[in-house]
Structures are given as structure tokens and as C-alpha cells.
Design a protein around this ligand. Structure first.
Ligand SMILES: [Zn+2]
Length: 147
């Protein structure tokens, strides 16, 4: 079995002129490509994160609060308010709770609802956004809207 360290210098050829420079250039390019790739990946991730953040902060974006989009939630405003103020239950208990949860979490819908029904948001804030039983809600809301 041949010992690999026993090779004499005779087995080696002299490098052609410029081969070390070529190797160094190749290694430099390789390093540059790796660094550029890492920077590009970082930029793409940063742009993606910024884009998602921007998109989710748009009013009317399909981010769900209470399982509803803003557009869906706004579609239930009238029915929600009727149920809240008058105890008329055209919404299911589940949907009523979903609209309430959406309103409690979404500042954009809160201000839209507040424009339509002033004092309601302020009152809902005092209840901790918990839907009361209809009669209790009705009584409390009427007190609040007299203020
Ligand atoms: Zn909303």
C-alpha cells in the first residue's frame, strides 16, 4: 500500500504562470457571490415583512378579527346595533359575539361604528366588550345614550 505522504516532489508539476492569481480571483468571486446572495436574501425578506405589515394595516384589509373581515363586520353594523340598543336579535348569538370581538380589536371599524352610532363605542368599552343578555344590554345602553 502506497503511503500518500511519500510522494516525492518529482510527482508535482510547476504551476503554469498565473494559476495562483486565477485561483485567488475565483475564490474572490465565490466569496462576493455568497455575500451578495446573503444581502439579496435579507433584502427580499425585509421587503416581504414590510409589505405584509403595510398590507395588514390597510383599512378594509382581509385580516380577521372575530373571524370577520372589516367589510363583513361593517355589513352587520346595523343589525348589531339594533340588537345592542333594542334587543332585536336578527344576528345569531355567535355572529353577535363575532361582530363584538371584531369591533373590540379593530380600530378602523370602531371609528366607522362610532360615526354611525355615537356613544355606543364608549359604552361598549366600559363593558369590556362582553355582550350582555339582551334585556340587560338594552337597559344599560339606553342609560349610556342619555348621557
Ligand atoms: Zn375591521
Amino acid at each position: 500500500m502506497a503511503n500518500p505522504t511519500s510522494n516525492s516532489m518529482a510527482d508535482w508539476d510547476a504551476c503554469p504562470p498565473g494559476s495562483l492569481r486565477q485561483l485567488a480571483d475565483f475564490k474572490r468571486r465565490q466569496h462576493l457571490m455568497a455575500v451578495t446572495g446573503r444581502i439579496a436574501t435579507g433584502c427580499v425578506l425585509l421587503i416581504a415583512v414590510a409589505g405584509i405589515a403595510y398590507w395588514t394595516m390597510q383599512p378594509g384589509s382581509p385580516v380577521l378579527h372575530g373571524g370577520l373581515t372589516c367589510a363583513e363586520c361593517r355589513g352587520y353594523f346595523e343589525a348589531y346595533h339594533q340588537q345592542l340598543a333594542q334587543g332585536e336579535s336578527s344576528l345569531s348569538a355567535e355572529l353577535f359575539a363575532q361582530v363584538g370581538q371584531h369591533l373590540s380589536e379593530c380600530k378602523s371599524c370602531q371609528s366607522s361604528y362610532d360615526e354611525l352610532y355615537p356613544t355606543a363605542i364608549a359604552w361598549l368599552g366600559t363593558t369590556g366588550w362582553q355582550p350582555f343578555p339582551a334585556a340587560q344590554t338594552q337597559a344599560a345602553f339606553q342609560v349610556a345614550s342619555l348621557r
